[in-house]
Design a protein around this ligand. Structure first.
Ligand SMILES: [Zn+2]
Length: 232
């Protein structure tokens, strides 16, 4: 049996020996690159696990077809990079064109949501709205926009909707997230339906704020590229 040393995520043994049951290259979702993975069995706990592996030596391909035939250690050929988990998988989509600092939080909120962590999800979606709306406020003093309204998300949303910075069409949904968001922080009483409503508002608001411009920029870039091709 081919062998590999590593740390077992099932029994937490450090430096344990795994039997390598299978090595495979699988395409990523974007189909432009592949992920090398190994199916391993821990010799301490006898449980199996899948690992993403780093190729240390390309000669490993010579051993992959009939790996059971090789009674050797693979430590000089491959190394465990991480273990495969579905914990971070998300089935819902994120709006296009989000800035990185909002995109990472939105994905975090979706992970919380999919694992039933309703209050954490609501609070993190609220943070996305908070970060996005700050950039909509004018830097200068404006009548009707108090310092408190700048700081408080609920008051800030009121002002932005009233002044046309957020679509009136989202007003009803915004009403729900303001209340739910505050509950998420203070009362911790949210259920799945509450979080679904917060997701809806966060998604539609961020989609309107970022995605349309993102798609316009993308279309403009494609048109420029086509024009350059024609000139050449
Ligand atoms: Zn183990």
């Amino acid at each position: 049996m081919a062998l590999l040393r590593g740390n077992c995520p099932r029994c937490n043994t450090i430096g344990v020996t795994f039997d390598i049951l299978y090595l495979v290259s699988t395409p990523y979702d974007d189909a432009t690159s592949t992920s090398n993975e190994a199916f391993l069995k821990c010799r301490n706990c006898d449980k199996t696990t899948s690992a993403k592996i780093e190729i240390l030596n390309e000669s490993v391909v010579n051993y992959t077809k009939n790996i059971d035939d090789f009674q050797i250690k693979f430590d000089h050929l491959i190394a465990i990079a991480s273990f495969v988990t579905l914990q971070k998988s998300i089935s819902r989509s994120t709006p296009d064109g989000l800035p990185d600092h909002i995109d990472s939080r939105f994905r975090e909120a979706l992970i919380c949501m999919e694992h039933g962590c309703n209050n954490a999800a609501a609070s993190t979606f609220r943070t996305c709205i908070d970060l996005a709306t700050r950039s909509l406020l004018p830097a200068e003093q404006v009548d009707g926009l108090s310092e408190k309204a700048r700081r408080d998300l609920r008051l800030r949303l009121n002002w932005l909707i009233k002044n046309g910075q957020i679509s009136k069409k989202l007003e009803a949904l915004a009403e729900c997230i303001r209340e739910d968001g505050n509950e998420a922080v203070h009362l911790a009483t949210l259920d799945e339906n509450d979080v679904n409503e917060i997701y809806d508002f966060a998604y539609f608001f961020l989609e309107e704020m970022y995605a349309i411009q993102f798609r316009l920029d993308r279309a403009r870039a494609r048109r420029s590229a086509r024009n350059i091709d024609k000139q050449n």
